[in-house]
Design a protein around this ligand. Structure first.
Ligand code: FPP
Length: 248
C-alpha cells in the first residue's frame, strides 16, 4: 500500500486558484490523547507547512488560513497567550527561514494587528515585508473577523468620500484586496459553520467539511476536498450553460 506521503497530488486548473481553511479541531485532537489543548495547537501548527507545500504542488496560488478569530479572545487567557506565543515562534522559526530559503510564498496577515503585542505585530510586519511578489500567497487570518473586516472596509470607503458605497469600494478595502475570492473553503472538525470567516469573499465559495481534526489533515484529506470541489457545478447564481437554452 502506498504510504500517505507517496500519494500523488492532482493538479488544479483555473477553477481552483484560491483555498481558505478553517483549521478546527485542535482542542479535540488533544483531548482524545489526554493532552492539554496547547498540545493540539502545536500539532496543528506542525502540519501547516506540509499543507501549504501540497497545495502549492497542486498549483493553488492563494491559501488563507484561519488562525485566530476576533472571537477567540474569549478563550482562557492561558490559551490565548499560548496561541500568540505559538504564532510568534512559528513565524520566527518556520515562516521567515522558509521565505529566505524558498522565496515561493508572500505572507499577508488579515485582521487588526493594532491590538497584538508590539513584538508580535513587528514580526508580522517583518514577515509581510520579506517578499511581496512571490508566485504563491499565504494569508494568515489572525485577530480576524469577517464582520469586523466589512465594517473596517465601509469606514475606509467613507473616509475616501465614497457615496453611495459600492461593492467595489468595499472590496478594495477588504484585508484580502487584490487576492481572488476563495473557490473552496475547507473546514476540519466536522462543524457546518462559517464562524465569521471570509463572509464577504466566500459568498460563492464551495464548502467542504470533514470530520477529520486539523492536526490529522493529510494528503488523503486534501484529495477528498479536491474531488468534492470538482464534483460540484458552480453557477454563481446563474444557470448551467448546458441548461441555459432550456426554458422549461
Ligand atoms: C481551532 O481549534 C483552532 C484554533 C483556534 C487555532 C488554530 C491555530 C493553529 C492551527 C496553529 C497556529 C497557526 C499557524 C498559522 C501557525 P479549536 O481549539 O477550536 O478545536 P476544538 O473545536 O476541538 O476545541
Amino acid at each position: 500500500m502506498a504510504r500517505k506521503t507517496e500519494i500523488t497530488l492532482p493538479r488544479v486548473d483555473d477553477r481552483l486558484r484560491s483555498v481558505g481553511i478553517i483549521m478546527d479541531g485542535n482542542g479535540r485532537w488533544a483531548k482524545k490523547r489526554l493532552l492539554p489543548r496547547s498540545a493540539g495547537h502545536i500539532a496543528g501548527a506542525k502540519i501547516v507547512e506540509r499543507v501549504l507545500e501540497d497545495f502549492k504542488a497542486m498549483g493553488v496560488h492563494h491559501i488563507t488560513l484561519y488562525a485566530f478569530s476576533t472571537e477567540n479572545w474569549k478563550r482562557p487567557k492561558e490559551e490565548v497567550d499560548g496561541l500568540m506565543a505559538l504564532l510568534y515562534k512559528y513565524l520566527d522559526e518556520v515562516v521567515a527561514p522558509k521565505i529566505l530559503r524558498d522565496g515561493d510564498f508572500s505572507v499577508r496577515f488579515l485582521g487588526d494587528k493594532s491590538v497584538l503585542s508590539e513584538k508580535l505585530r513587528n514580526k508580522c510586519i517583518e514577515i509581510e515585508n520579506m517578499l511581496t511578489d512571490a508566485p504563491f500567497v499565504c494569508n494568515i487570518a489572525f485577530n480576524y473577523g469577517g464582520r469586523d473586516e466589512i465594517v473596517h472596509a465601509v469606514n475606509e470607503a467613507l473616509k475616501e468620500g465614497c457615496s453611495p458605497i459600492t461593492e467595489e469600494d468595499i472590496r478594495r478595502h477588504l484585508y484580502t484586496a487584490g487576492s481572488p475570492d476563495p473557490d473552496l473553503i475547507i473546514r476540519t472538525g466536522g462543524d457546518f459553520r462559517v464562524s465569521n470567516f471570509l463572509i464577504w469573499q466566500g459568498a460563492y465559495s464551495e464548502y467542504y467539511v470533514t470530520e477529520t481534526l486539523w492536526p490529522d489533515f493529510d494528503r488523503e484529506e486534501i484529495i477528498k476536498a479536491y474531488d468534492a470541489f470538482y464534483s460540484r457545478k458552480r453557477r454563481f447564481g446563474g444557470l448551467d450553460p448546458e441548461d441555459s437554452g432550456n426554458q422549461n
